[in-house]
Design a protein around this ligand. Sequence first.
Ligand SMILES: Nc1ncnc2c1ncn2[C@@H]1O[C@H](COP(=O)(O)OP(=O)(O)OP(=O)(O)O)[C@@H](O)[C@H]1O
Length: 247
Amino acid sequence: MSLIELNNITKIYPLGSQQVTAVAEVDLSIGAGEFTVLAGPSGSGKTTLLNLMGCLDQPTRGSVTIAGKSVGERSVRELADFRLHNIGFIFQSYNLIPVLTAAENAEFTLMLQGFAAPERRRRIAALFEELGIGGLEERRPNDLSGGQQQRVAVARAMAAEPSVILADEPTANLDSKTSEDLLRLMRRINAEKGTTFVFSSHDALVISLARRVVRLKDGRLEADERQDGKNSEVRIQESEENLNQGP
Ligand SMILES: Nc1ncnc2c1ncn2[C@@H]1O[C@H](COP(=O)(O)OP(=O)(O)OP(=O)(O)O)[C@@H](O)[C@H]1O
């Protein structure tokens, strides 16, 4: 079943007296459980498409349907509530709140959903352990490495168990080894929990680890390929072997 449907989407931004067409006539369907990358150079429309999928923005033309309901038919309040319960976001610059500890950052969506403190703490402790950052709960973001901060951001996105996680260039500020580890982690979550992932990247290594590659150029969909074949599996296996060997 299709989870996210973009039907003939065009997004035009006003820029002074001019207009910028960020995305043009895109049709795209994302199924439940997919692990998809939006690939393309800077300015090709990746962020714009993710914002539309995440109901953070509305298209100029065309319609976005999520879980069978058109986004245009939902009120602002309904959309905020829908995002809170169904969509997790990961950003390239992590977007952690500096004055909060790692655990407080990660439990933010759970707090908004009204979970009591002990349940929040229990869930976050289990997630941190699962994501390989157990024991770092009381650190502030500035006292964590980029890879650790991004794992805290993954924990924050996962805490409320959303059906889809949207990640805008999640590896942009990470070195290649840490990027690969993060992708491996995201794929494990995808396989074990069935969480749908849509992320953007222009990094060939990261793109090679996705199962489906949607290529964008100048705001248009240029190619749509499945790579369930050997290459992507072999890369994953290799990275897991490297990881098991330790530093
Ligand atoms: N708020 C805005 N106002 C005007 N133009 C915008 C706005 N947001 C994006 N654009 C333009 O729309 C086009 C697509 O931008 P978008 O950020 O979606 O691309 P991207 O592929 O995510 O790029 P990057 O990899 O650099 O983040 C670009 O030409 C950009 O300059």
